[in-house]
Design a protein around this ligand. Sequence first.
Ligand SMILES: C[S@@+](CC[C@H](N)C(=O)[O-])C[C@H]1O[C@@H](n2cnc3c(N)ncnc32)[C@H](O)[C@@H]1O
Length: 452
Amino acid sequence: MVSSSEKSQRGSPGGHPDDREDQQQEGAIVELATGAIAAGGGCVSHAADGRVVFVRHALPGERVLAQVTAVSASFLRADAVEVLEPSPDRVSPPCPHAGPGRCGGCDWQHASLPAQRILKSALIAEQLRRLAGVDRAVEVEEVDGAPEGLGYRTRVRYSVDRSGRIGLRRHRSRSIEPVDECPIAASAINRVGVGSLQWRGAHHLEVTASPDGGSAVVSVETGRTRLAGRPSVDAGLVVNGRTVRRPDRVRFEVLGNGFEVSTGVFWQVHPSAASLLTRTVLDGVVPAVEEQVADLFSGAGLFTVPLAQAVGPRGSVVAVERSGRACSDAVRNAKDLHQVTIIRSDVTESVVAGRIGTPDVIVLDPAREGAGLPLMRALVALDPPPRAVAYVSCDPASFARDLRVMLEAGWSLPSLRAFDLFPMTEHVELVGILTPPERGARPPLSTGCPEP
Ligand SMILES: C[S@@+](CC[C@H](N)C(=O)[O-])C[C@H]1O[C@@H](n2cnc3c(N)ncnc32)[C@H](O)[C@@H]1O
């Protein structure tokens, strides 16, 4: 935030209407009243010419001085650099790297944790209403394992500057905020100590650690350059996908099952996420002995293994996953479960129509972009339909868009839960349980909303 003297050097808010154009240029300082939260983590406000301004580092209901950071024909972006009338939900950011022009990793270090969850609920409700045509309030549930919203991430991806120092990218920028430690990283990550070393030659490194610190791996990407030396960290070391020092996988325990996860393979970052999501999915779809299950976007087998245990040796689980490394991990993680078949493939309409059979239960957990409309249409076309679908999502917008396909086909959403697995950020995890229309029931003609 800038001081009042800096502010007066940069220009003042309000002013003569002829100044309006100047105020809407990059770098200008404008006084704004902030409204509702918007996807992306900023608040909606309006410039003097009526254009929407997305204001970062602000909270709804504040009056701020904001510096314009980007201008387009239809909207502006700005950072709140001084708060004139603060929200009661405002707190001092616990991270020394948070603030305008600083680290872009967190959106809401300046909001209390209860307020963060209320903001996430508002974002979910807005996307459900706008994209799925559903009016539904969803409480975002607090999750154990991130005291004060900090110290939770079991994987952190750092950028490396030319001098070999690690840092995190600034918001919407290629420039790097140097950091020694990230306060939202688990202590097991910070203990690896990559921040005190030189990584000359690297352009990125990703540190993954089990929450108990039992195993940790540093994975380095250098592009065409060579890594200078072999930094001595108390962890495995993988350089450009090649194992330099073992371990090259991290071991996680989830509800009594052990999972080994290679570098570059997806795994939930919050230490409570894997068990919480597994329980929520199993409680939602209640897999029964001898049933057939499809686990789509199955990663290293987080859901595949407990689903296979639930259906038993006379049931079956078909897991579909694009990444070869993830499939290899899943094969290892499910090695004693002969009822599991792992298909290395994109999850496509033809895979759903032709390779997963007619399962009793489907679990789908796509990446942020969601499953997409063609895939959702293929799912609702399965005949007979599965008796339950669990849709796990880290993006309320793509979830709502996909949900709409199922609702329009007559499916119901008996349960929708949201978990605060990413404190300090706008991100949130959803688990929706869907059930098909009764046989013979006709789907509603429309949700009454325009096509997204
Ligand atoms: C959100 S992760 C979920 C993985 C697993 N369910 C878990 O919770 O650990 C999404 C997974 O989908 C995979 N993936 C992304 N796009 C895909 C696609 N089009 N087809 C198949 N797999 C895909 C990614 O490699 C990743 O493993």
